[in-house]
Design a binder for this molecule. Structure first.
Ligand SMILES: [Zn+2]
Length: 205
């Protein structure tokens, strides 16, 4: 059984949002096109409390892009984004979100960030995504969304660790690219660890 897993397609990660992925809006039509081709469609949402430790604004004298120690883990500081129940945390209207059967929320613990849709960055707590997929008999996942160099990458690496056959729909992903090559490097790492990279046209045929 195959499942489509859409990562963090939320207003704050789209152009004009608080933490935009470059051309992030371009993943929306790809996601819409893909959804009709899967029996199981799930999505993740970055879902932070306002006091989240990944926000630079919650640390005196710190700026986005700096790295701090957050409870024993290196943490890149980000602008405030995807605060629970705010406008920026919503799916864009253009996404056919009625086709999403289940949403998994990540980054809810103020003390630890969560790039992957499966676990927090310390692999301390599961979001329930892997368990849900296994319960549905899923053995292969197709992952798309935002952003290639963070949440897509870590979701893909966790999907592999969880034993799923893992595909990345490359034209359905866009990156933040703090450094210009970050997305390319992330894709290369995903491939090296065992993920298959493909285009949406190869999924829909
Ligand atoms: Zn976040």
């Amino acid at each position: 059984m195959k499942a489509l897993v859409l990562i963090d397609i939320q207003i704050d990660f789209l152009p004009g949002g608080a933490l935009e992925a470059q051309n992030g809006n371009e993943v929306v039509p790809v996601a819409n096109k893909l959804m009709g081709h899967f029996d199981i469609v799930v999505a993740t949402k970055d879902w932070h409390p306002a006091n989240h430790g990944s926000f630079a604004a919650n640390h005196p004298w710190r700026k986005p892009g700096q790295i701090i120690d957050l409870n024993g883990l290196d943490q890149i500081l980000w602008p405030i984004h995807c605060v629970q129940n705010t406008f920026g945390s919503e799916f864009p209207d253009t996404l056919q979100s009625d086709k999403i059967q289940q949403i998994f929320y990540k980054g809810t613990d103020p003390g630890i960030d969560s790039y992957s849709g499966f676990h927090d960055n310390g692999q301390r707590r599961s979001t329930g995504l892997a368990e849900f997929l296994r319960e549905k008999g899923v053995d292969e996942v197709f992952i798309a969304g935002l952003a290639t160099d963070y949440c897509v990458k870590f979701s893909v690496l966790d999907a592999l660790k969880e034993g799923f056959k893992t595909n990345v729909v490359v034209d359905g992903c866009r990156g933040v690219n703090l450094a210009p090559e970050d997305s390319e490097k992330a894709l290369a790492e995903m491939r090296e660890k065992g993920a298959r990279l493909l285009e949406s046209s190869e999924v829909i045929h």
